[in-house]
Design a protein. Sequence first.
Length: 260
Amino acid sequence: MDFLSSFTGLDLPLWGWLIVLTAGAGIGIAKTAVPGSGILVVVLMAMALPSRMSVGVLLPMLLFGDVFAVGKFWRHTDRRQLFTLLPFAFLGLGAGYMILRYVTNEQLKPIIGAVVLFMLGVHQVSRVLKKRSTERGDPASARTNPLLTVLFGFASGLGTGMANSSGPIMSLYFLIVGLPKLPFIATTAWFFFIMNLLKVPLFLNLGLISSQSLRVNLLTVPSIALGALLGYWIVSRISQERFNQIVLGLAFVAALRLLF
């Protein structure tokens, strides 16, 4: 571990380095197989690294993972959903940037956790209402409420702008609108690739990305690639129902961990 410390200038315990070196695999899998599960990596990295530094280290890792997902699944992208969400996400990103200037990552975690739990509640209510509308033979009522698009779009931009933590929020929205597995992954990948690119100059301005954080990023490149390849294998072997269950379960666990 002496080499890692001298290369990065970080003095971490053994468990901290293990988290950093393997976190990329979690991001690779999240980007190419189970969107939303990357929030667990966000939580672990915040435990291993200084809080604000973890936010800056994660951004290039997420971008690298986005490249694998976009490159593999771009043909399945639901452009209508993507372009409808982005304007509200841009507003949320701006708000998140302003908040991040004055609030610490520790203060943000319970806020994001509460938002995700709230969105889980919204998802359950929306699912019940859609089911009732379908049973009544009223397909128009079963469509997604435009207010949800505004709410989830803004919340996703806010969460990703503050703490790279809006994966579960976006995943819940795409479950509500009923995107199949591959369009779900592809549209999520494009959404966060665009948002993460926009965040780079903002994070540089805040000093969250530095030469030191980029040296840490170099160490994680192999594990991100391996995780993405493993994700390709996983996604072809899980059913739509199991996919939805995993996304919901991970969102709930991550929200509790952030909140408490």
